[in-house]
Design a protein around this ligand. Structure first.
Ligand SMILES: NC(=O)c1ccc[n+]([C@@H]2O[C@H](COP(=O)([O-])OP(=O)(O)OC[C@H]3O[C@@H](n4cnc5c(N)ncnc54)[C@H](O)[C@@H]3O)[C@@H](O)[C@H]2O)c1
Length: 321
């Protein structure tokens, strides 16, 4: 494992999951957070996601004899399903569980956090100004060796490269939600990324039990979101136009395609704030009476009520029941 010391900037939904995945696979992880109140929000997430990861690993034992078990097991938790046994899962529960407990620390002082970082994974809110401000603050603190990657879903690395002080060591490494099960890692450089650095990030992705998916050029939305965002937007348009309610839209999708989840269930997992941030960036969202404006208003109403998705216990669906 060449990149051993990992710093995750941002302890939200994805940042927490990424940090835990790195810790589980034996890396030393430091979450850099901006304030005491961030610690108060991230600590319960660390506990919750650790418990979910280990619960899914334990549950994988029941899949060993299941003929479709190899399609259902948590792929981030078990690197290879071939030859899997209960004993091997017990071993992973022990070593992985210990790693999750022992390999994580939280640091508010950025200089201390990044002092020996091999790789910094930026997973802050999808706010370009906030990302730029943090890159500018970080650039003089990072050791020469440090690779910097962004998990941004909607913005290209070339937009930020000049603010990092190390454009050749900067690229995108994009994860999907519930990464311990959905273990995709899209690797996307900008024209100034050094190929050797890109290759190191591909190897790192594999070291943390992800499947590296290599993009040969910049693509807004990468591979996954080039498909997922239009899909989720189409569902939200149907909702905003009052064509059908979210349950019916989800049911239609699931029945007709045998997909396990509908678009509003996916939105609950992604988090409504992320969906809102994506829509509010579109210029039409500022035009009163436009469909984009209506979607933003509807999402904002739910966010203001605290109905931000699975993490909050309620989104389009109620998870407290
Ligand atoms: N949610 C998803 O499904 C998903 C999937 C793939 C990638 N992403 C990307 O991951 C990133 C984070 O998304 P998320 O869903 O985890 O968001 P989130 O809202 O859950 O968390 C954002 C985190 O950023 C921190 N933050 C915000 N502004 C900051 C600042 N100025 N300084 C320091 N920290 C700051 C917040 O405190 C919070 O911990 C985004 O770039 C998003 O596009 C999200």
């Amino acid at each position: 494992m060449e990149l051993q010391n990992v710093v995750v900037a941002g302890g939200g939904v994805l940042g927490t999951q990424i940090g835990l995945m790195c810790a589980y696979t034996g890396h030393k992880v430091t979450f850099w957070l901006r304030s005491e109140s961030s610690i108060g929000r991230t600590t319960p997430k660390i506990e919750r996601y650790s418990a979910l990861m280990l619960r899914d690993l334990e549950a994988a034992k029941a899949l060993i004899t299941n003929p479709v078990g190899k399609m259902l097991y948590p792929r981030g938790m078990i690197k290879s399903w071939d030859g899997i046994t209960e004993e091997k899962i017990d071993e992973l529960l022990k070593t992985g569980g210990d790693n999750l407990k022992n390999n994580i620390s939280i640091e508010l002082d950025m200089a201390k956090a990044v002092a020996d970082a091999d790789i910094v994974i930026e997973s802050m809110s999808e706010d370009p100004d906030a990302k730029i401000a943090v890159y500018e603050q970080m650039k003089d603190l990072l050791p020469e060796k440090t690779i910097l990657v962004t998990n941004s879903s909607t913005m290209l690395p070339s937009r930020f490269a000049q603010h990092t002080g190390r454009p050749e060591k900067y690229l995108s490494l994009h994860f999907a939600n519930t990464i311990w099960k959905n273990n995709t890692a899209e690797v996307m450089g900008h024209p100034g990324t050094d190929q050797a650095i890109y290759d190191k990030v591909v190897a790192f992705a594999s070291d943390i039990n992800m499947v590296p998916l290599q993009l040969h050029k910049e693509q807004p939305g990468y591979i996954l979101n080039s498909m997922l965002v239009p899909f989720l937007s189409a569902a939200q348009e149907l909702w905003a136009k009052e064509v059908a309610d979210p349950e019916t839209i989800d049911l239609t999708w699931k029945l007709a395609t045998s997909a396990p989840a509908g678009p509003f269930q996916i939105l609950d997992i992604v988090g409504l704030e992320t969906a809102y941030n994506i829509h509010i960036m579109k210029p039409e969202s500022k035009i009163e009476g436009s469909l984009e404006n209506k979607i933003c208003t509807l999402l904002k109403e739910k966010i203001d009520k605290g109905e931000t998705g699975v993490n909050a216990g309620k989104g389009f669906y109620d998870y407290k029941k």
